[in-house]
Each structure stands twice: as structure tokens, then as C-alpha cells.
Design a protein around this ligand. Sequence first.
Ligand code: IMP
Length: 186
Amino acid sequence: MPSSMIQVHDKRFEIFISKEKINERIAEIGREISKDYLGLNPLFIGVLNGSFIFASDLFRCLSIEAEISFIKLASYKGMSSNGDVITAIGLDENINQRHIIITEDIVDTGKTLSSFLPELLQRNPASVKIASFLSKPEARQYNVEPDYIGFEIPNKFVIGYGLDYDRLGRNLPDLYVTSSVSSEVP
Ligand code: IMP
């Protein structure tokens, strides 16, 4: 197995985006947000678990006053026709008239955020934007687009930099993608 490849559970992954490239891009987004939100004291809301690394790196790249808080999203069977209802746990802050930046690890189908955004908007924030480390535009099924995107990637499964495969892989500093090389161990 080449050294750039790793095995997690039953799957092999190969390196996709290096930690150097990731750091460069996060610094760029940090500068952009610092310019856009100067004097507005935005409140970052990190969606756990996946975004904890992206949120903390991005937060340290800001040169403006800003606050941060974390939530967990839980889904339960609701009465809506499209299945599960997603609700936020841990959103204790008063977000009335606050400028909110939601930080996500990845927007895939968009289901998670499109279910959670109405709950957030009910609390009357001044504005809501989304910063997502990754976006898979080809996978989108719901009408939600991040405003700040680290990288647009193809519709493939990735791990590392906070993202997991069945709970493992979050601690990898680089981003890895499922390998086309057979995962059968010879
Ligand atoms: P969505 O609701 O379909 O947009 O999915 C969002 C969630 O699915 C993310 O917050 C991740 O936890 C998970 N997810 C989607 N794609 C991947 C991936 O490629 N690797 C790891 N987790 C993923």
C-alpha cells in the first residue's frame, strides 16, 4: 500500500487535499469574513461533531471581534411529509438581531441545513450565512448553498479534518477520499 494511502475499517483512502492547502484556504476565508463582518461581532455556530476542527481553525484566522458557540443537531420523526425533523441542541444564546455564521463540515444533499435553518430564522437573527469546509454540488437535493466554501469536491466519500467514516478518521490532518484501488487486502 503506498504511504499516501490509509485503511479505515474496511475501506482504503488516498490523500486528496493536503493540510497545507487546507490551511491556506481557511486563512483566505478568514480574511474574507473579517472584511465582510468588520464591526458586526458575528456569532459563529459550529455544528458538531464534524465541524469542530474547521470551526476552530477558521475562528483563529479572524482578525475581527467574533463569538463562537456549538450545537448538535438531533433528528426525530416528525409529522412533516419529508420525514425526520432536525432540531438544535445547545443553542442557548439569544440570537435576536445577531449576525450568524453557521459552520459545517460538508454540505452534501443539503438536508441537514435545510431542516435546521427555519428553526434558526424563527429566532429573529439579523442575518444568517453558512461557511462550509466542503461542498458536494452534484449531491445537492435541497435548496441550500453555502456562502463561504473551503473546497467544492466531486460526489465521493471523504474523511479527515473532522469528517469521519463510522466514527474514525476525524483526527487526520489531511483530507482523504475513497480509493479506486481495491480495498481487498491481498
Ligand atoms: P447533508 O444533510 O446531506 O448535507 O449531509 C451533511 C452531513 O452528512 C455532514 O455534516 C456529514 O456529517 C455527512 N457527510 C456527507 N458527506 C460526507 C463525506 O463524504 N464524508 C463524511 N461525512 C459526510
